[in-house]
Design a protein around this ligand. Structure first.
Ligand SMILES: O=C[C@H](O)[C@H](O)[C@H](O)COP(=O)(O)O
Length: 223
């Protein structure tokens, strides 16, 4: 069993009968979805799920997990998702994929948000290994980019896979992938991005994770 699978299995132990459980997106979240399905099948666990992406919806449906749509729900019991970076103060960087908006809604709506990752995701500061994904309204991208450049941001629109156009998220946004000076702390950067007109959502998940589960060389630790 690899570390991503191990940590996902540990997160599944937090699921109790009757819970409404948010499903993240990515390879670690996929292991969690598979384990929920196994517990449902083999141990009679009863829970309802809500997915952060089309791909996680399809995965849950293919495993016969009960699923409800986001628009029917105001709060959930538990959300489990992976991350691209995790800092010592439990700030996450997410959004390598296309599903930031739903991921952050579920993270915020959850009574408990558990982030799950292998140790490769641990960093000292946000933006250490990846650019910050910033979803922008398509018609606002130039103005949003200029605002962020004035604050020291450097970056550009994410190209699509064929490199003949721009990446479109599941919410219909463009993505600015930007770097900022490492001296800007996550709290300040979070506030800057929250207050920039044209920004729909961004990949800094600050003060949202309640529990971080990290697996390293077959051992899971909680922080
Ligand atoms: O948008 C992508 C999500 O933030 C993922 O949770 C993140 O990229 C981690 O993915 P993985 O579990 O595949 O490492």
């Amino acid at each position: 069993m690899n570390d991503k699978q191990l940590v996902a299995l540990r997160a599944a132990q937090y699921v109790q009968n009757g819970m409404l459980v948010g499903l993240g997106t990515g390879s670690t979240a996929n292991y969690f979805i598979e384990e929920l399905a196994r517990l449902t099948r083999e141990q009679g666990l009863r829970c309802t799920t809500i997915a952060s992406s089309t791909i996680s919806t399809q995965k849950a449906q293919s495993l016969q997990l009960p699923i409800v749509a986001l628009e029917h729900v105001a709060s959930i019991d538990l959300y489990v998702d992976g991350a691209d970076e995790i800092t010592p103060d439990k700030t996450l960087l997410k959004g390598r994929g296309s599903d930031l908006v739903k991921e952050k809604l579920l993270a915020k709506a959850a009574t408990k948000f558990i982030a799950v990752a292998d140790a490769s995701k641990l960093v000292n500061h946000i933006g250490q290994n990846f650019t910050i994904p910033i979803e922008v309204i398509p018609f606002a991208w130039q103005m949003a980019k200029k605002s962020l450049e004035a604050l020291g941001g450097v970056g550009d629109l994410r190209p699509n896979a064929a490199k003949d156009g721009f990446w479109i998220t599941s919410h219909g946004s463009y993505v600015l992938d930007m770097r900022f000076d490492a001296s800007i702390d996550a709290s300040t950067l979070n506030a800057i991005l929250n207050n920039t007109p044209g920004v729909v959502e961004h990949g800094i998940f600050h003060q949202l994770a309640d529990v971080i589960l990290i697996a390293q060389d077959g051992v899971v630790s909680e922080r």
